[in-house]
Design a protein around this ligand. Structure first.
Ligand SMILES: Cc1cc2nc3c(=O)[nH]c(=O)nc-3n(C[C@H](O)[C@H](O)[C@H](O)COP(=O)(O)OP(=O)(O)OC[C@H]3O[C@@H](n4cnc5c(N)ncnc54)[C@H](O)[C@@H]3O)c2cc1C
Length: 566
């Protein structure tokens, strides 16, 4: 079938929903396409909160500066200024939409401290902030009568005559491929956590949108910047929110020392995530860990606070580690959590490419974790991602709607869908093989987690590059056990793997390319930050022989790079 909308959004996380609401407010015909039901998007898992400088005594400049410093000066400062300036009104709007933020005894919106922030400016709903936001976002989309194509999996963008004109998607229920014509497409498909195993991310975070944009020629930016969160559970990688440390929890080593005093004497446990994760790994490598972990100690916070404000992580620690946070410290370690890089876009979400990525791709937008508007640079501050979703979701929805109003529907044929149909038929018809999707996924995840983690070096990165190439080769020979059409999750998992392999190749090559240490990229063979040569973004463009890498100037408005200490 052929569907037609003015603005089509791929992804129903908070970024996609917020964009949809704004586009609809402008009066255009909007639809959202999503591979899972909207409220199952990974935004649902966000725990700790969302940042804004609403408090008296706080300022947007302070929020912006903390973000720039947190990014290790790699964030684009024009976009960061917009993020910090527009945050307060967006939080108030979320409140008016129905998010029941935590309030203090006087009834004022309550905040908690978060890593790398010089002021407590994180607004929260216990430790289920993402769930509260996503459900309200979804309610609003229903109120605005925005249709969602649930359980539709986008396989390609339709790019013809120099513009993006829609996408192709599989309807999971039937296995049919459909054409979605659109004047503007907004990619809001989330991150690529599952290219690493374990990860705090949901199983659906497979970098689909990044791969789709990359394949039509859009560059992926700063993809080496992968955040390892300091407090994840060793058993399955589940996250214990930074909000725990925000409420006052300690990190201790096997000697019982609060070791962060050595690495970040001022901010201690609330230094930025790259710094805390590196410190933990240094302790563990020096033999001061316990079974490859350090301890998160919440006991002094008391049962009341833990049960009211940190209820979800109390349950996670109990269920997956058998630990009662009220009475025992919990083993934690750095774990893959977030990708700062993504599809290169500007502060209206417009995807950029060409010479110095200076040109917009007509009709294409990217927002949320899949994008790199370059708010987070080398390291994202906790609680800035949810904020990014609402600020740039709103801005891109508006821009895409205004753009769509100037366009006519193009005459889009079935040719792109035909290519995808043939590819999928060939995949289904291939005989069973010993290489199965799950096996390759695990090998990829293990490799990335071993060599592209907190500490990296040339030898390890080259091993990872070679392994990803080998896996890409083996992918050509995989066989599927399920040959059916209806809800063939085996097929979808194979398509996700193909996407992750392309994105993982970019991550590894970008990490090899950046010969310095900045933010989340710490190269033991280049341990210093090198502003003279590397105060630059990395751009990766697809070619037949793998990614072509290039560099791009960082936008600096007010804050010149300084030595970064916490
Ligand atoms: C455990 C955890 C806790 C976090 N806590 C916080 C926090 O406290 N504060 C904070 O600021 N950030 C936090 N983050 C980060 C933040 O939650 C995410 O970066 C953010 O929610 C991503 O939102 P999104 O809208 O970009 O994408 P997502 O919410 O990931 O949604 C992606 C959407 O894209 C759709 N999709 C993907 N591929 C396809 C395809 N091929 N076809 C069709 N649809 C597709 C999916 O169905 C889904 O609807 C946390 C992240 C995790 C993993």
């Amino acid at each position: 079938m052929v569907f037609e909308h003015d603005v089509l959004i791929i992804g129903a996380g908070l970024a996609g929903l917020r964009a949809g609401i704004e586009a609809k407010r402008k009066g255009v015909d909007v639809a959202i396409l999503t591979k899972v039901y909207p409220v199952r998007s990974h935004t649902n898992a966000a725990q700790g909160g969302i940042n804004a400088s609403l408090d008296e005594g706080d300022s947007w400049e302070s929020h912006a500066y903390d973000t720039v410093k947190g990014s290790d000066y790699l964030g684009d400062q024009d976009a960061i200024e917009i993020l910090a300036q527009e945050a307060p009104s967006d939080i108030i709007e979320l409140e008016h939409m129905g998010v029941i933020f935590n309030r203090d005894e006087e009834g004022r919106l309550g905040t908690r401290a978060f890593g790398g922030a010089s002021h407590a400016r994180t607004y929260f709903v216990a430790d289920i902030t993402g769930q509260a936001l996503l459900h309200v976002g979804y309610e609003q989309s229903l109120k605005y009568k925005i249709p969602t194509y649930n359980e539709f999996f986008a396989t390609s963008l339709i790019y013809e005559d120099g513009a993006v004109k829609g996408c192709v998607a599989i309807e999971m229920r039937t296995g049919e491929l459909h054409v979605f014509k659109a004047k503007a497409v907004i990619i809001a498909s989330g991150g690529v956590g599952r290219a690493f195993e374990p990860s705090t991310n949901a199983l659906i975070c497979t970098g689909d949108g990044m791969a789709l944009a990359y394949r039509v020629g859009a560059p992926l930016m700063d993809m080496e910047m992968v955040q390892y969160h300091p407090t994840t559970l060793p058993s399955n990688g589940a996250l214990l929110t930074e909000g725990a440390r925000g409420e006052g929890a300690y990190l201790v080593n096997s000697n019982g020392d609060r070791f962060m005093s050595t690495y970040a004497p001022n901010m201690l446990e609330l230094a930025s995530r790259d710094v805390v994760s590196r410190s933990e790994q240094t302790e563990i490598n020096a033999g001061r860990g316990i079974d490859g972990c350090v301890m998160l100690d919440c006991r002094h916070l008391g049962a009341d606070l833990i049960h009211s404000k940190l209820r979800q992580i109390w349950e996670l620690a109990r269920d997956f580690s058998g630990v009662d946070l009220v009475t025992e410290p919990c083993p934690v370690r750095p774990g893959m959590h977030y990708i700062m890089g993504g599809i290169k876009a500007n502060f209206n979400g417009q995807v950029k490419w060409g010479e110095s990525a200076g040109q917009s791709v007509p009709g294409l937008y990217a927002i949320g974790e899949t994008s790199c508007i370059s708010i987070h640079g080398g390291n994202r501050l906790g609680a800035n991602s949810l904020l990014e979703l609402v600020v740039f979701g709103r801005r891109s929805g508006l821009h895409a709607a205004e753009y769509a109003m100037t366009q006519k529907h193009a005459n889009v044929g079935e040719s792109r869908a035909e290519i995808d149909r043939k590819k999928i038929t060939a995949l289904l018809e291939r005989p069973q093989a010993s290489d199965m999707v799950g096996k390759l996924r695990m090998e990829l995840g293990d490799t990335m987690n071993q060599h592209v983690a907190v500490f990296r070096d040339e030898a390890g990165l080259k091993t990872a590059v070679a392994k990803v190439k080998e896996l890409k080769q083996r992918y050509q020979g995989i066989g599927l056990q399920n040959k059916g059409k209806v809800f063939n999750t085996n097929l979808l998992s194979a398509l996700e793997l193909e996407n992750m392999l392309d994105v993982a190749e970019v991550i590894t090559e970008s990490a090899l390319y950046r010969k310095e240490s900045r933010g989340a990229q710490f190269r033991t063979d280049y341990p210093e930050r090198n502003d003279a040569e590397w105060l630059k973004h990395t751009l990766a463009f697809q070619t037949d022989s793998g990614p072509r890498l290039d560099a791009l100037e960082v936008t600096i408005t007010k804050w010149q790079p300084q030595k970064r200490t916490y």
